[in-house]
Design a protein around this ligand. Structure first.
Ligand code: URA
Length: 243
């Protein structure tokens, strides 16, 4: 990892403060003065500040139940970043492993381990993400059979080079939906990739419209009884599946 990141991980210093310390010449890597913040260092290097050996903290892994009108970004914009909910030191040094739109709710994974989040996000790793989707138009039995086949084979979304990867669609059976409801059907969709607005675009491509979206599961990790806005550290077993 970069030398400035290593310093942040092993001290209370921010990235800007770490860069200042580097400039001052107080940092040594294996005994040599190091001033380059971008220098790549490894755990077996001896890194010191003013003679004190640094030991990097282990990586951090959290799950958050995202609420609407919060954003999966490392800066606050129109809405606050989801990182504001994670009440730990240096929460803004963490990143989001698989973003959700501002109006989407549900499961968000947050970490500072880039390799781990790559394993969650990369389509090559085939990690399943399940969404509960509320749709404007009704899906009758005939339509459902057609959609299941189309989603399984893959859809051509506008502006994409390749078809969407095979996805699993299931209808959630409901009593008759009353007329005032803004949706006419509810489904569960499982995908293994995360193209821009993927779920909304998949349903738009088949003439429907997503009115609400909620992520329920990533791999074997579920929200369990986490209430909206709540978060917790992931367990060792939950972390291990993406190491
Ligand atoms: N697909 C979307 O369209 N939006 C999300 O937030 C997540 C997946």
């Amino acid at each position: 990892m970069r030398l400035d990141k290593f310093i942040c991980k092993s001290t209370e210093l921010t990235r800007t403060e770490a860069k200042k310390v580097l400039k001052s010449g107080e940092v040594r890597v294996n005994g040599e003065v190091a001033k380059n913040a971008a220098m790549q260092v490894h755990e077996n290097n001896t890194i010191t500040i003013d003679g004190q050996v640094l030991i990097a903290r282990g990586s951090r892994y959290y799950i958050l139940h995202k609420v609407v009108d919060s954003i999966c970004s490392n800066i606050d914009e129109v809405y606050p970043s989801v990182l504001n909910f994670i009440e730990v030191d240096k929460a803004f040094d963490l990143h989001i492993a698989g973003r959700l739109d501002a109006d989407t709710t549900g499961l968000v994974l947050i970490t500072d381990d880039g390799r781990w989040s790559h394993n969650v996000i990369s389509p090559k790793k085939q990690c399943q993400k399940t969404y509960r989707v509320w749709l404007r138009n009704e899906i009758n039995d005939e339509k459902l059979a057609d959609l299941v086949t189309k989603f399984e084979h893959g859809l051509q979304l506008q502006g994409e080079d390749s078809l969407t990867r095979p996805a699993i669609l299931m209808r959630v059976e409901k009593e008759d939906l009353v007329d005032e409801m803004s949706y006419r059907s509810e489904v569960l969709l499982t995908i293994t990739e995360g193209k821009y607005h993927q779920v909304k675009r998949m349903f738009a491509a088949v003439g429907n419209r997503v009115v609400a979206l909620h992520r329920e599961q990533i791999g074997r990790i579920t929200l369990g009884d986490l209430a909206p806005g709540e978060w917790r550290a992931l367990t060792a077993v939950e972390i291990a599946q993406f190491l």
